[in-house]
Design a protein. Structure first.
Length: 294
């Protein structure tokens, strides 16, 4: 699209952190650390969102922005200083991530979660399921979700959330949706292999395996699933071709995620943190820029 100055429909890649604009954006969001030496896929999502909204002229006091699965991430408070209103929604204090993500206090005292001063009147926090948004149609200029789509449930549940995103966007409104995408999927992490393991073990292994459900790495997308359950299900327009290429430099420090949650980076250093290996497959972050037709 002519109004976008960079390619947003892409996988996180280490060379992205050589872009001066991305680095300057991250310095504004995380001034306490050097983004060039702390390359990390999660903060890459922050920068992608900030630059995307800036390109489209949405960082102003007229814009209304909705965050899904928003937690208490600092991008919320940064947005409150740059847009007219940002509405944060999440199932605060509930769900599988209740012990690791923002709790109920985010609903009553968001300022206690803020890493820096922000315009408190510009941030609204609500308990809400992304699959059933309690907002009228066409009420937001932009919707975003960072590393949450894959946690909304199975394919049908992601479809529902995608349709809800489209419904609450005004005509011409945009969405930037980031999630985990498999850039290398081992055959043994495919659904048929999981189902076979369940059958052969008489149900002792891969108990949640189904013919079309990957029990291992279930909370990540294949490229095909992204297009089917996020793009096509939403009915929104993909603003750019999707590029899932990853440079050789990103593969030099693949971080292995162990079953107990510990992380083992190949180099012994956490940074750069771009690719994550779970079981036999490798994933990273991906951004999907979408627009509702006028």
């Amino acid at each position: 699209m002519s109004d976008l100055t960079r390619h947003y429909a892409k996988a996180c890649d280490l060379p992205d952190f050589g872009d001066p604009r991305l680095l300057d954006t991250l310095r504004g969001i995380l001034p306490e650390r050097d983004p060039a030496t702390h390359a990390e896929r999660k903060v890459w999502e922050f920068a992608q969102l900030a630059m995307f909204l800036a390109d489209l002229g949405l960082l102003d006091d007229r814009s209304r922005v909705l965050g899904l699965g928003a937690g208490d991430e600092r991008i919320l408070f940064w947005l409150a200083n740059h847009v007219g209103q940002v509405v944060a929604t999440d199932i605060y204090g509930e769900g599988d991530f209740a012990g690791r993500e923002a709790g109920h206090t985010m609903l009553s005292d968001p300022a206690a979660h803020a890493p820096f001063p922000y315009r408190e009147d510009r941030l609204q926090v609500r308990w809400m399921d992304a699959r059933r948004l309690e907002f009228p149609d066409a009420g937001f200029d932009a919707v975003y979700s960072l590393s949450s789509l894959e946690h909304f449930g199975g394919p049908g549940q992601v479809d529902r959330a995608a349709r809800e995103i489209a419904r609450v966007l005004r005509p011409g409104g945009v969405a930037l949706l980031c999630g985990d995408v498999l850039v290398r999927r081992h055959p043994l992490n495919a659904a048929p292999a999981d189902l076979a393991a369940r059958v052969v073990s008489l149900g002792r292994k891969r108990r949640d395996a189904r013919p079309r459900h990957r029990s291992v790495l279930a909370e990540s997308f294949t490229p095909r699933e992204l297009l089917r359950h996020v793009v096509r299900a939403s009915g929104l327009e993909l603003m750019q071709p999707l590029d899932l290429g990853v440079s050789a430099s990103s593969w030099e420090n693949v971080c292995r995620l162990l079953p107990d949650g510990r992380q083992e980076p190949a180099s012994g250093s956490f940074f750069p943190h771009v690719l994550v290996r779970i079981d036999r497959s490798v994933l990273t972050s991906v951004c999907i820029p979408l627009r509702r037709p006028r």
